[in-house]
Design a protein around this ligand. Structure first.
Ligand code: OGA
Ligand code: NI
Length: 364
């Protein structure tokens, strides 16, 4: 007999989730069968779908990084001031002239699309939910812990500090992933310098804490959804990372929570989107915050591709992080206890994306 808590309404949710997971075909595989209604394991409660209301007027700032080479100290200071305002006001901003050529970004999106669109028998060889595995494909990392599944499949690859060999990565996109990573690591270093200075610390501070050292790529595929008003591409969440740098294609659907409204982050082929994660909020003792965001289910005819570069350590990792001492004072005592990426990730995974901040668990 099924235990009571796996029964939702009149159906055995746990059983249907397991059956879907074990098919290893992802959401893309479901769409390919020609379904016109989405399975109920993807249904989100109406209240989450409807609230809060979207706002069409506010936009996150766009910051020009000038290729990362600042001609003068004044220029650098100006950019740092813009970064500080953007992160304190929105927790998100877009960057242009960030040093990653548009053709590399285009090839990266193409490579990821090709990965997800290849024969499902090939994809199945990468299918795994093992958190220690460095190259894996699956659907909904939190499939077994969330209340409702999302309309998205993901290829997750650990790219740094140990750079994988091309042979360890999927054939179809391995080379471009390595090229993209090389450039992303450089951009990450620059961003952590700017963020350190925006905090009033010396420019190497966050790098010396190893925030820029480790990178995982979450390469998402959001297939067209036959009932986009019943589910999400990714439901409201904060990122666990120090920072995330997102490449999105032309489809749209990303929204961030700002002053109680969802605001759209419109596609821009030249821009990358930057947001702060929970680990950075924890070490900055809430000076910089990790903001809720989500992706609406894809209502178009084409798939949506996005690649999220998560700067965070590979699990398992026992390096200890707590609020940065230089930022603390009698008026600003530590709000969080020390923790590790492993402890945070384990907590994150166990609860799924449930819309509450996983940081509450680490509050003093
Ligand atoms: C994420 C995320 C947004 C997107 O991977 O954490 O928020 O547009 N992705 O795919
Ligand atoms: Ni996210």
């Amino acid at each position: 007999m099924e235990s009571k808590d796996t029964m939702v309404g009149t159906y055995n949710r746990a059983g249907e989730v397991k059956a879907f997971g074990e098919m290893k075909i992802g959401v893309k595989g479901l769409v390919d069968t020609g379904i016109t209604q989405i399975p109920r394991i993807f249904h989100h409660p109406q209240v989450f779908l409807a609230n809060p209301k979207p706002s069409s007027t506010v936009r996150i700032p766009i910051i020009n990084l000038g290729g990362g080479m600042f001609e003068s100290k004044v220029m650098r200071e100006t950019v740092i001031a813009k970064v500080r305002v953007a992160v304190e006001k929105f927790g998100f901003f877009q960057v242009i002239n960030h040093g990653i050529p548009v053709d590399v970004m285009e090839k990266m999106k193409d490579g990821i699309r090709e990965f997800h669109e290849q024969d499902s028998e090939v994809k199945k060889t990468f299918y795994s939910r093992d958190i220690t595995k460095k190259v894996k494909y699956n659907t909904n990392f939190d499939l077994y812990s969330s209340q409702a599944a999302n309309w998205r499949d993901t290829l997750t690859t650990v790219m740094a500090p140990d750079v994988p060999k091309a042979d360890d990565l999927p054939n179809i996109c391995g080379e471009i992933m390595l090229e993209y990573t090389k450039r992303m690591m450089k951009l990450g270093e620059l961003i952590f310098e700017l963020l350190s200075e925006a905090l009033g610390l010396k420019s190497n501070h966050l790098k010396e804490m190893d925030c820029a050292k480790s990178l995982s790529l979450l390469s998402h595929y959001y297939p067209p959804c036959p009932e986009p008003d019943r589910t999400f591409g990714i439901s409201s969440h904060t990122d666990i990372s120090f920072i995330t740098i997102l490449l999105q294609d032309h489809i749209g659907g990303l929204q961030i929570l700002h002053d109680g409204y969802w605001i759209d982050v419109p596609p821009n082929p030249e821009a990358l989107i930057l947001n702060l994660g929970d680990l950075l909020q924890l070490i900055t003792n809430d000076q910089f915050v990790s903001v809720d965001h989500r992706v609406l289910a894809n209502r178009g005819e084409e798939p949506r591709i996005s690649i999220a570069s998560f700067f965070m350590h590979t699990i398992p990792n026992e390096q200890v992080y707590g609020p940065i001492k230089e930022l603390l004072s009698e008026e600003n005592p530590p709000k969080y206890r020390d923790t590790t990426t492993t402890e945070m990730a384990t907590h994150y995974l166990a609860r799924g994306l449930d819309g509450t901040s996983p940081l509450l668990h680490f509050k003093i």
